[in-house]
Design a protein around this ligand. Structure first.
Ligand SMILES: NC(=O)c1ccc[n+]([C@@H]2O[C@H](COP(=O)([O-])OP(=O)(O)OC[C@H]3O[C@@H](n4cnc5c(N)ncnc54)[C@H](OP(=O)(O)O)[C@@H]3O)[C@@H](O)[C@H]2O)c1
Length: 342
C-alpha cells in the first residue's frame, strides 16, 4: 500500500478509488450509478484553440478513440461545454454516434456547466446549458454533470437545487463539482443530500506538480464523504511527459502549473529513473502516482500513441519507496482566488 494514509481509511460509499493494483477490468462506482475505469481521458485539447486544435486533427482524435476501445480498459471521458466553445462535446458526439453504429459499448462521458456571472436564473440557466451539451453530445441523458468552477453570483445551495432538478428530470445520471475547496464541497454535499442525491466527484488539479489536494486534506475529506477525486492536468499539461525541457518548453498558453522547465529537473530525473526501471513511459509514472494517491486521473491524449502509452499506467503500482521518493521532489502548488479553490 502507498505511503498515503488516507487510503487506509474505510470508504464511505461504493468504490471510488483503487486500493490495490488496478486491472483493465477494474471499475469504480461514482454517485452510486456510473461505472468507470480507474483512469479517464481528458478532452480539453479536442477542438480547443488553447491546444492549437485544427479541424484536420479530427482523424487523429477518432483514431485515439478507436485505440482506446481496443482493450485499454479505459471507458471514461471528461469534457466541458466551454472546451473549444462546444467543439469538444461535438467531436465526442460524432464519435459516440460512430461507436453506436458499429455496435460498440459506449463509454461514460462527464461534461461541465460554468456558472458564468450572467447566469443568475436557476434552474433555467443550468437546464438550458445542459440541453445545449446534450444536443452537441447527441445523448438523451448525460452520464455526469459537473459544476466547472466554484465562483458564482448565486449560492452553492441554489446551484445544488438546479443540479438536483437535472437529475429529477432524468437529464443527468449523477453530479459533481470542480475546483471546490473542502468547505465548498461539504456545503454542496449537504445541499444535495437534502434531495437524496450524492455528490459523485470533485475535480481538482492534482499531479506531481500540484500535491495540494493531498496536503490540504481535500483527498482525505473526499474519501470520507464518498466523493471521487478526479485529477485534472495529471501530466502537468505535457510537462511530465519527458518531451519538454528548458530548451524545448511546452507551447505557451498551458497555464496550469506553469513552472519554468529548469525548475522541474530534479522531479523529471527521478521520474525517468523509475520509468526506466519499470519499462514504462514517463506519463504512465505520472498517472500511476495519482492513482496510488486515491484519485482518478484525467490524462489528455491527442493521438493513439499517447493514449496507448498513458493506458500503461494500469496493471502495476509504484512501490511505497518510489512514491516517497517522488513525494520528496514533487511540487505542492497553490490555490487561486477565482478558479482553483480546491
Ligand atoms: N476542471 C478544470 O478546471 C480543468 C482544468 C484543466 C483540465 N481539466 C481536464 O483535465 C484534462 C487533462 O488535463 P490537461 O489536458 O490540462 O493536461 P494533461 O493531461 O496534464 O496533459 C495532456 C497533454 O500532455 C501531452 N501528452 C499526453 N500524453 C502524452 C504522451 N504519452 N507523450 C507525450 N506527451 C503527452 C499532450 O499534449 P502535447 O502532445 O500537445 O504536448 C496532451 O494533450 C483536460 O483535458 C480536461 O478534461 C479540467
Amino acid at each position: 500500500m502507498s505511503s498515503n494514509s488516507t487510503l487506509d481509511k474505510p470508504q464511505a460509499a461504493g468504490t471510488i478509488y483503487v486500493k490495490d493494483i488496478p486491472s483493465r477490468e477494474t471499475r469504480l462506482t461514482l454517485g452510486g450509478v456510473i461505472s468507470v475505469s480507474p483512469m479517464a481521458i481528458g478532452t480539453w485539447a479536442w477542438g480547443d484553440s488553447t491546444w492549437g486544435y485544427k479541424p484536420e486533427m479530427f482523424n487523429d482524435i477518432a483514431n485515439t478513440w478507436d485505440a482506446l476501445q481496443e482493450g485499454s480498459g479505459i471507458n471514461f471521458f471528461d469534457t466541458a461545454e466551454v472546451y473549444g466553445s462546444g467543439e469538444s462535446e461535438r467531436i465526442i458526439g460524432r464519435l459516440l454516434k460512430k461507436s453506436k453504429e458499429e455496435g460498440k459499448t459506449l463509454p461514460v462521458v462527464a461534461t461541465k456547466f460554468i456558472p458564468f456571472p450572467w447566469r443568475i436564473r436557476y434552474p433555467s440557466s443550468l437546464l438550458d446549458a445542459l440541453k445545449g451539451s446534450m444536443e452537441r453530445l447527441g445523448v438523451d441523458v448525460v452520464d455526469m454533470l459537473q459544476i466547472h468552477g466554484p465562483v458564482s453570483l448565486r449560492s452553492i445551495e441554489v446551484i445544488a437545487d438546479a443540479l438536483a432538478e437535472s437529475v429529477k428530470l432524468g437529464l443527468v445520471k449523477t453530479v459533481g463539482v470542480s475546483n471546490y475547496s473542502i468547505s465548498e464541497m461539504v456545503r454542496m454535499h449537504t445541499a444535495l443530500a437534502k434531495h437524496n442525491i450524492p455528490l459523485a466527484s470533485n475535480q481538482v488539479e492534482f499531479s506531481l506538480l500540484r500535491r495540494l489536494p493531498e496536503t490540504s486534506g481535500l483527498i482525505a475529506k473526499c474519501h470520507e464523504l464518498g466523493v471521487a477525486v478526479l485529477a485534472y492536468s495529471p501530466l502537468g499539461m505535457g510537462r511530465l511527459s519527458g518531451k519538454y525541457s528548458a530548451e524545448n518548453p511546452p507551447p505557451s498558453g498551458r497555464r496550469f502549473s506553469n513552472y519554468p522547465m529548469k525548475e522541474l529537473v530534479p522531479l523529471l530525473t527521478v521520474m525517468e529513473k523509475i520509468a526506466k526501471k519499470h519499462d514504462k513511459p514517463m506519463t504512465a509514472v505520472a498517472l500511476n502516482y495519482t492513482i496510488c494517491k486515491g484519485t482518478i486521473p484525467l490524462g489528455g491524449a491527442r493521438n493513439p500513441e499517447q493514449a496507448r502509452q498513458n493506458a500503461k499506467a494500469l496493471d502495476w503500482r509504484l512501490s511505497e519507496e518510489e512514491i516517497a521518493e517522488l513525494d520528496s521532489v514533487a511540487l505542492i502548488g497553490c490555490t487561486g482566488l477565482v478558479w482553483q479553490h480546491g
